[in-house]
Structures are given as C-alpha cells and as structure tokens.
Design a protein around this ligand. Sequence first.
Ligand code: G
Ligand code: G
Ligand code: MN
Length: 510
Amino acid sequence: MPLNAKTHKRGKRMAVTVLSGVLPVLLGVVILYMQAERALKQSTELTAEEAIRQFELMLDRNAQAARELLPLAGQNCKDVKLALREQVTRGPFVRATNLVWDDSIYCSSLFGDYHEKLSAGDYSKGRLLLMKGNLVTPDTAILVYRLGEGKQGALSTLDGYHLSNVLRMIGRKTILLLQVGPNWLSADGKVHDVALPVPPVAESKLTSTRYGFTVAAGFPEGETWRYMNSEYPPLFSLLIFFGVVSGAIGHVLQKRSSSPSHEMQRALEAGEFVPYFQPVVHGDTKTWSGAEVLMRWNHPKEGLVRPDLFIPFAEHSGLIVPMTRSLMRHTAALLAPAAASFDGPFHIGINITASHCKDLDLVEDCREFLSAFAPGAIHLVLELTERELIEPTAITHQLFEQLRTLGVMIAIDDFGTGHSSLGYLRQFNVDFLKIDQSFVAMIGVDALSRHILDSIIELSAKLDLGIVAEGVETEEQSDYLAAHGVNFLQGYLFGRPMPGAEFINALRHH
Ligand code: G
Ligand code: G
Ligand code: MN
C-alpha cells in the first residue's frame, strides 16, 4: 500500500514475526525447565529414600546390640564387659557399647570400668545422639544409640565413617545431609550444630519413621541448567526448529493479512469508503445541475486517502465492484432526503470500471439506487473511462439494454485521452462525453489542444451528445466553454469535491 508510515509498519511486522518465533521457544524452554526440575526432584527423593534405608540397616544392628545388652545393666562391670566386647566384634557397625545404671555410664567395651554422667535429654527422642567425637577419637563423628528401661540403660555407638560414606556414595552429585536432633553430618564426615542448610535446587527432606533422624537431599545452584544442557540437546534442536517454523508462519500470515486487498476488505466492512461530491453546473446559467461522486477512503490511521492510491488495487482484486455498490448505497442514503429540493432532474455521476460490466449485477445496483429517489428526481449517469474500454459481448449488450430501459445514462469519462471510435459511442448508446481536464487546461495556452477541444465539442453536437468539461479552474476557461456551447462544467472554479453534509448544505444555497 503506497501510504505513509510504512517503515513504522514494517518495524511492527518484524517485531510480530520475531515474537511468533521466539515465544514458542521461550515457552518450550520454560516447560523443559519445569520438566528438569521435576526430574531432579524425583532423583533427590529417591536418593533420600535410599540413604534412609541404609542408615536404618546400620542402626538395626546397633539397636539389636543394645537390646541384647540391656538386661545386663546393673550387673558388675567385671562380669559383663566381655559381653560388651562380644557385641563390638560381632557387628560391623557397632564400634563401642556401654552400660548405664541410673543415668550414669559405668561400664564400657573399651575401658571396662568407666564413669561418666549420661544426660538422656541430649538424645533426640531419647534414642539418638550425633556427636563430633569422643574421648578416644575426638575428630571422628559418632552416632550413639540409646536404650533405657527404668534405671537400666545400654548404649551402642555407630562410627561416623560409615555414615559419611553412605552420604558420599549414594549422594554422588547430590548434596546429602543427615540430621539427628540439632546436629547434622555432611558427606565430609563433619558434624555441625548450626541450622541445617537448605540445598537450593530440588530439595527433598525425609524422616525415618523408625529412628526419627532426617535426611535432606538437593542440588547446588544452577543444577537445573546443567541438567538441561546434558539431557535435552535434542529437544532444544526441536524447539529451535518449531521456533523457525512458527516465525515463518507468523511472517506469512501477517503478509497476507496486511496485503492491500485484505486491508481494503476490512475497510469495506468497516464502511471506510465514503462518497465526496463535486458539483457540475449548467454551462449557461452556472446553476448546479448535478454532481460527480468521488470515492474517498476515510482511513483510521492514514486519514483521507485519494482514490488514485487505492482504486488500482481495488480493480486488481475485484473489490472495486462491492466498493462501488457500497458507495452507491451510501450516496443514495445521503442524497435521498435532500432530493425534494432538486429542481429538475439532478445528475448524479458514478464512476464505473469495466470489470463492473462483466455481468448483469450492475443493473440491480442501479435499480436499487434509483428506488431510493422519487421517479424523475434524478438522472443516474455511469461514467466509464475512455482509457479502459468495455468489450462488446452478448452480455454487455444485454447489460446496456437493461440500463437504458431503467433510464440510466452513460458518460465517457476522460474523453480525448483514449481511443474510442464513433462506432463504439453508438454501440453503447452514450449520452455524455466528459472532456478530459488536460484539454481544458490548454485553453488560451496551446493552439493544437484547443483544436482537439473544438473538434470534440463539434463531434458531440453532431452526435447529439451532452458534453461536460472537467477541470474548469478559471473564468477564461469557463467563458470559452460556455461560448462554444458546452452544456455542463465541472471544476474547482465551481466547487471542489466535498463531503456529503457539506455538499447538501451548499446545494441549498444554489
Ligand atoms: O477526485 P479525484 O482525485 O478523486 O479522483 C481521482 C480518480 O479516481 C479519478 O480518475 C476518478 O475517476 C477516480 N475515481 C474516483 N471515485 C471513483 C469510484 O468510485 N470508482 C472508480 N472506479 N473510480 C473513481
Ligand atoms: O473521474 P475523473 O477522472 O474525471 O475524476 C475527476 C478528477 O479531477 C478528480 O480527481 C477530481 O478531484 C479532479 N478535479 C476536479 N476538478 C478539478 C479542477 O478544477 N482542477 C483539477 N486539477 N482537478 C480537478
Ligand atoms: Mn469521473
């Protein structure tokens, strides 16, 4: 469309194309990201479950040792220390055992007689205590399992080495932590007493129903992207492919939707094509004898668009027929209420293209137009440009016959610029010739043009045709044409094309 603001439009179209390509890709990446998070979450859940299972297996052994030793609590240490040592040698995870009487450790598998206060409150749920170390190995974490009944008590200690081993082996890429009461153990074997850190990605926390300890699993920052990078390259390629396809579809759809014919179809439905009226006056009295209807496009963004800019597109796409139909309806609706003030038949000229004459629909359009006015109030004049002549066929003969019967008149527009023959003029029963404005402009300027003008006037008189001179701008032109018997004049001297309301208003004053 040769309208302005073109670059602005192109930028917008470009942006929509890019968006229609990028949006699906972005959406796809978001979905993949969520999928990756879910996969990682499942993985940490499995890892935590497995860690719980392993820890419970180890603690089972310690629990059994404590159970077997508990009845011995209270007996003399000398008599039972062998039994304590036997438990240590029997189970792989039992590092040491102790007996307790009345909240006091009094016998140990390592030292035999031994004395240390036991504060049962330190034990999580009275059962488990995670320590940084003990007297023998101050730097090795230990997990103590406690069993107590009345004054009797038995302790069984699990070496932290086994625990951190499990955290390392099962965890691998996962961050895995074991929490017992307020303390927690990391995979490096260290015990911490600060708050348990929350792994940033896909955190899962699981608590053992049997022993009450908790395992926290998760991944370090950025793991989701790393996971996507290693697992999803084929899906990424597919996404890019979809992005390109969708961008291309967006581009094509826009191209189609912003094509001139599509834009005009929209404008037609929105009623943006409106009639302007240019008065035609009598050559002698200069009173208004009629008007030519000139189409304007009242574009919402471009403003008023002249027909030279869009009529060629409309003709090319065939939209000119429904556009002209709409223009005729519009014109009838505007002029019919004012028709009572017309004295004598008022000439209303409508420009018609050759493509409108291919079938008989034009007859119906004219019939509808005429029915809006009282009989005899107007003369409908169809202006056919001389530049594109209508081919005489059976249909066109029928068409012009029926138009004549209806009382519709025919004018040859832009006369002198084309090449219609006398035969042609007779064949289509032409009523008026409209002398092209280029000849009128030459009055008093160019002798040859004036000769052509004189011959046209002479010819029309001989053929008994009405004659309309277009583009009359000066008094000199007007006087010359009137003196040579031109019946009708049209041009800026008498009035410019104007909107319907303005035209009706002006008509009242003439
Ligand atoms: O008024 P003006 O600049 O508008 O007209 C420009 C050209 O557009 C003229 O050649 C005129 O014949 C043509 N034109 C104006 N209105 C119509 C119309 O409704 N249909 C057709 N086919 N041509 C028109
Ligand atoms: O349908 P046609 O091609 O005759 O359309 C008439 C065209 O001439 C329209 O574009 C109209 O605006 C224009 N026009 C009408 N009167 C004058 C005039 O006095 N001078 C000039 N230059 N153009 C005119
Ligand atoms: Mn015209």
